[in-house]
Structure formats: structure tokens, C-alpha cells
Ligand binder design. Structure first.
Ligand code: ADP
Ligand code: MG
Length: 204
């Protein structure tokens, strides 16, 4: 089972470690703020959760989503915020475990799509998140533990992030570059793979 606190703490730690790399990716096809945007947001989330009264997993996820929307900025703030709000809604009164975790993750993904309208191949965070959600479902259906399913989902997200390199961006700021967006990894896909890796760490 995953404690939402541990998931977002692990995400914050990974973002901290990869801030410069994410910013460099965004410098190539955006405005060089993806690393700093997320770092500001995830450190605010860690502080908010430390101060918050203990609540249900869904209440904590909702808090995370609202804090990210308030603090991250850019396109990715509302999108990551929506992801966590969608997780919270789909989770209801359940815990972040096995198929309930997968359903929450899918609920988050659906909210990202509702907000940003990204499709597979648009060169966005969706290209890392969607394969991860599919792999989670497949592995859990095959009887894997949540940790094992998340291990495979992390690989799927990383492969999805790699796959954005040759893509032409069709959403967000990078889409203004047209052909010049080809040959660069999407920063949001890179950070989304870290979000899945963080869940795997929290499942240990
Ligand atoms: P901004 O582009 O406003 O500077 P960030 O740099 O923080 O915001 O985030 C950029 C990332 O947001 C992109 O790499 C992409 O993955 C993601 N993104 C942008 N638009 C969309 C969208 N419509 N749907 C999904 N993800 C998107
Ligand atoms: Mg940017």
C-alpha cells in the first residue's frame, strides 16, 4: 500500500535531484522553467502536508492537487494538480493499494486529458503517464504485487518519455516550434516518469 505522503515526498526528492535536467529539457523546446516550476510546487506540497491534520488518502491527494495548482504555475501546474485531484476523486474512501491505486492513477490521467486534451503522440506528459497506467492494469490483472506492477510501469513511463524525443509537439508551448521540437525529450514526459518512479519507491 502507498502512503500519499510518501509518494509526494519521493516525487519532491526526485524533482529536487532532477531540477536542472528538467529545466535544460524545457530550455530546448520551451521557456526553461519546468524544473523550477515543479520544484517550487513539490516543496510547497511537502510543507503543506507536514502542517496538515492527518486525513484520508483522498483528502491528502486533494490537498496535494490544490497546492500544486496554486504554486507550480505554467501549463504543468494545473495539469499535475488535476492529476492529483482526479486521483482523489477516483480513490474515494479506499486506500492506495493494488487495483484501487491503479484506478486512482487512471482517474488522475483522465483529469489530465480533460484539462489538456492531449493524445498519444502529442509529445506531452501523457505519453509517459498513459503507458504507465496501461502497464499497471496489465500487471495487476496478471497477479503482480503493487510494487512489481509499479516497477514495470516505471519502465513503461521511461520508455514513453524516450518515445517523445522524435515526436513533433502538438500541445503546449513546444508546439509553437513546429519541426524544431523534433529531436528533444518532452520535459513533462520526463517529470511524469519521475512521478511513477516515486510511486514505486513509496510502495517498497
Ligand atoms: P509552460 O509550458 O507553461 O512553461 P512547464 O514548462 O512547467 O509549463 O510544463 C511544460 C510541460 O507541460 C510540457 O513538457 C508538457 O509535457 C506539458 N503540457 C503542456 N501542455 C499540455 C497539454 N495540453 N496536455 C498535457 N501536457 C501538457
Ligand atoms: Mg516551461
Amino acid at each position: 500500500m502507498i502512503d500519499p505522503n510518501e509518494w509526494v515526498r519521493a516525487f519532491a526528492e526526485l524533482i529536487e535531484q532532477h531540477t536542472d535536467e528538467l529545466t535544460a529539457l524545457d530550455a530546448a523546446i520551451g521557456d526553461a522553467d519546468h524544473g523550477s516550476n515543479l520544484r517550487r510546487g513539490t516543496s510547497a506540497v511537502v510543507e503543506t502536508l507536514a502542517d496538515a491534520a492527518p486525513g484520508s488518502a483522498a483528502e491528502q491527494l486533494k490537498q496535494v492537487g490544490m497546492t500544486l495548482i496554486r504554486t507550480v504555475g505554467g501549463a504543468s501546474g494545473p495539469l499535475y494538480g488535476s492529476f492529483f485531484l482526479g486521483c482523489a476523486t477516483a480513490l474515494g474512501d479506499k486506500k492506495l493499494d493494488t487495483t484501487d491505486f491503479a484506478a486512482a492513477f487512471r482517474g488522475g490521467l483522465d483529469k489530465v486529458v480533460a484539462r489538456g486534451k492531449a493524445e498519444l503522440g502529442d509529445k506531452t506528459m501523457f505519453d509517459a503517464l498513459a503507458p504507465a497506467a496501461d502497464e499497471l492494469d496489465r500487471r495487476l490483472a496478471a497477479g503482480d504485487s503493487l510494487a512489481a506492477a509499479l516497477d514495470a510501469a516505471t519502465t513503461a513511463a521511461e520508455d514513453g518519455s524516450d518515445a517523445t524525443i522524435p515526436m513533433l509537439a502538438r500541445k503546449g508551448r513546444a508546439s509553437y516550434l513546429g519541426e524544431r521540437s523534433v529531436g528533444h525529450r518532452d520535459p513533462g514526459a520526463a517529470s511524469a516518469a519521475l512521478l511513477v518512479l516515486a510511486a514505486w519507491r513509496a510502495a517498497q
